[in-house]
Write a protein that binds this ligand. Structure first.
Ligand code: IMP
Length: 425
């Protein structure tokens, strides 16, 4: 038996390549699926502490896409899709201006009276924060982000729209729930993401083949971790619109620890790319590198390895727009983040969806807290700036040219040298 070798983000570095443009001009436009383009190659995980309508709406307005999780009834998931599809495109509607000293209650009273959804707070001539009214629960949220407006101005988001000018949104499905597929399609969902922990399974493959045949929207399949999984799928199911790759890398994931099974996201992308290149389909069938990203550099490495987009739960979980409630611990604010195979998520699944299949009976995810980070707008703006810088170093000017970039294997000495060192801080 030949033992394979796995490599992961920390094992490689981006090789600096000849740059022909400035980093700020790097074009991040990519493909989420065969027929759906995104302007930012970072999408959100279908997890019950990450993506419901509010995060998906914000992401679509910024030029990306969210995948609504499936840990809820069909009716509720349909409602989530409809809320995104029926919302206005722009990040800013009419804005009310207020002085920072004005009490929040007085500002929200004025917003209500004027029927205006957002207020910008000024301290002198500087922007000191924003207040936004959310559509569903009529709550207000406040973001103290002095840099928010300048970030937006610099980065000029282009909303992600369908042919009818409505914002785009995707939804996670089980491969065995045709009723849900039909309902989501009728609600106007743009793409379906078959959401299973180990999709390289003969029953899943035949169900996916049926779903793809009977639906007109793009169907993405995952998760898979090997070259042979891609080859098997493409020989048995015609018309797959994308693959979600990586098994066991997620920050909340226990799979590798509990079961010993693991396909690190970076290796999984390289393997899937090899399969697609053999079939002449790399770039035509997009790869979503899923899980394990700790920073923008990891995302850039996955893109250079051959992915079209990166899917993350961890990097977005601290956003205001995620479903989790805020928790205060020792004066700091956090949001809950948990694996979809954690105890809490599994319990919710049985409570909310009586059609859910019995699970494997083991927990493969953990539950915890991540620091609260304010609006996803500033998180995404930071990711965009970082990705442009990283791809700029690689000598890339867009995602396709990034695929011609190079990664180098580094030693543990190199990894140490790459960090700040020999300093008293
Ligand atoms: P993260 O961004 O590193 O936290 O990884 C998120 C990814 O982990 C998701 O997109 C899923 O592919 C995966 N995932 C979500 N929940 C679980 C779980 O409970 N166990 C294992 N993997 C999970």
């Amino acid at each position: 038996m030949k033992i394979r070798e796995y490599i992961t983000f920390d094992d490689v570095a981006i090789v600096p390549g000849k740059a022909v443009i400035e980093p700020s001009d790097v074009d991040l436009t990519s493909k989420f699926s065969k027929n759906i383009e995104v302007y930012i190659p970072v999408v959100s995980s279908p997890m019950d502490t990450v993506t419901e309508w509010r995060l998906a709406l914000a992401l679509a307005r910024l030029g990306s896409i969210g995948v609504i999780h499936r840990n809820m009834s069909i009716e509720n998931q349909v409602l989530n899709i409809k809320l995104v599809k029926s919302s206005p495109q722009s990040v800013w509607f009419e804005v009310l201006k207020a002085r920072e000293e004005e009490p929040i209650e007085s500002i929200t009273f004025r917003m209500d009276e004027a029927g205006i959804g957002s207020a910008i707070l000024f301290s002198g001539s500087l922007v000191s924060g924003i207040i936004v009214k959310s559509g569903l629960d009529q709550d207000y949220w406040y973001s103290k982000a002095s840099s928010l407006i300048s970030l937006l101005r610099e980065y000029k988001p282009t909303p992600l729209l369908d042919e009818d000018g409505r914002l785009r949104v995707a939804a996670a499905i089980s491969p065995f729930d045709e009723r849900r597929v039909k309902a989501l399609e009728e609600a106007g969902v743009d793409a379906l993401v078959v959401d299973v922990a180990h999709a390289h399974n003969v029953n899943v493959i035949s169900s996916v083949a049926r779903i793809v045949k009977n639906t007109s929207v793009d169907v993405i399949v995952g998760n898979i971790g090997t070259k042979s999984a891609v080859l098997d799928y493409l020989s048995k199911a015609d018309g797959i619109a994308g693959f979600r790759v990586g098994i066991g890398s997620g920050s909340i994931c226990l799979t590798a620890e509990v079961t010993g099974a693991f396909a690190p996201t970076l290796t999984a992308v390289l393997e899937a790319r090899e399969a697609l290149e053999e079939l002449g389909a790399h770039g035509k069938i997009p790869l979503i590198a899923d899980g394990g990203f700790r920073n923008v550099g990891d995302i850039a490495k996955a893109l250079i390895a051959g992915a079209s987009t990166a899917m993350t739960g961890r990097l977005l979980a601290g956003a205001e727009e995620t479903p989790g409630t805020k928790v205060r611990v020792g004066g700091k604010v956090y949001k809950q983040y948990r694996g979809m195979a954690s105890k809490g998520s599994i319990e919710r699944r049985y409570a909310e969806d009586r059609y859910s299949k019995p699970s494997k009976g083991i927990e493969e995810g953990i539950e915890g807290l991540v620091p609260y980070r304010g609006s996803v707008i500033s998180i995404v703006a930071e990711l965009v700036a970082g990705l442009k810088a990283a791809l700029g170093y690689a000598g890339a000017w867009n995602i396709e040219s990034a695929w011609r970039g190079e990664l180098a294997r580094i030693t543990s000495a190199g990894r140490e040298e790459a960090k700040p060192h020999d300093m008293i801080i």
